[in-house]
Design a protein around this ligand. Sequence first.
Ligand code: NDP
Length: 272
Amino acid sequence: MQYKLGVIGDPIRHSLSPKIHNIFSKQTNIDIDYQAYHVLENNLDKFLKDFFSEGGDGLNITLPHKVNCLRSVNSNSSLVNLIGAANTLHIDSSGLILAESTDGIGLMKDLKNKCSISSKNILILGAGGSALSIIPSIDACKPRNIILDNRSKDKLEKVIGRFFNSKEIYSNILNLENFNEHIDLVVNATSIGFSGSFSWSKDLKINNETILYDLSYSKNNSHTPFLEWGNQYTDKCFDGFGMLIQQAAASFELWTGVAPETKITKLDLLND
Ligand code: NDP
C-alpha cells in the first residue's frame, strides 16, 4: 500500500516537509507519495474535498490555512477545539476527516533533553497560532507559570481569556506586564523570523541561566535573529528545527501507525 500524503500552504516552495517525510519513509519502509501543494485561500475547500475523495490519507497544513482548513473536516481533536487551528489532517477507517495539532507535542519532545518545564517560569513571546498550539502541552508539564507577551495587546488579552475561560484547568497564565520573577525559558513564537534584527519592547528578565528557544529555525548552523540577540545574555540557545522534525514525526505516526526515528540533522536535509 502507498500512502497519499502532502503539505498545503501559500507559499509552500520552501517547505522541508517533503524531504523529512521521505526520510521517514525510507527509514520505516513505508511507501508514501508526499507532495507539496500550493493552495490559495479561494481554492482551499475544493482542494481538501478533492484530495480526500480521491484517496488522500493525510495532509500537513501550514500558513495560512491552519484555521480555515477546519471548515472541511468532520471532527476535531479536543486540542484543536481549544486552540481553533490544526496542522495535520488524517482520515479514519470510516472515511471521516479528523483534525489534529502536533506542534505542541513536537515542541515538548524536542525540549525533553534540553530543559525541564516542571515548576519553571516559561515566557512565550507571540499570541498567534503557534503560541496557542504549544500552551496546552507546556501546561501539561506543570510549569510554575506560563507568562505571555505579544506586540498587540488585544490579541494577548484574547489568548489569556481563551485559556482562562476553557473547561480545562490551566496553571497560571499571566501577562508579562504583571510579572517580576526570574524567567527560566523564553519561547519565541512570533513570526519575526529572519526579518531583520530582533528587539522586544519590554525587559525579558533573562540572565545566563535562562534557556532560549526559537520556533523559527535556520537551515544551517547560523543563529536566528532572536537567538543572535539572546546570545549576548546566555549560551543556552536552541532553534525550532528539532520541533519541526518532531511534529512531522507525530503526523507520520498518525497516518501510518509507525513512529519514525527522529535523529535527523540539517545536513541530512541538505544532502537528501
Ligand atoms: P501567526 O501569524 O499566527 O502569529 C504571528 C505572531 O508574531 C503574532 O503574535 C504577531 O504579533 C507576532 N509578530 C509578527 N511580527 C512581529 C514583530 N515585528 N514584532 C513583534 N511581534 C511580531 O504565526 P504562527 O504563530 O503560526 O507562527 C509563528 C512562527 O513559528 C513562524 O515563524 C513559524 O514558522 C514558526 N513555527 C515553527 C514550527 C516548528 O515546527 N519549528 C511550527 C509552527 C510554527 P501581533 O499579534 O501583534 O501581530
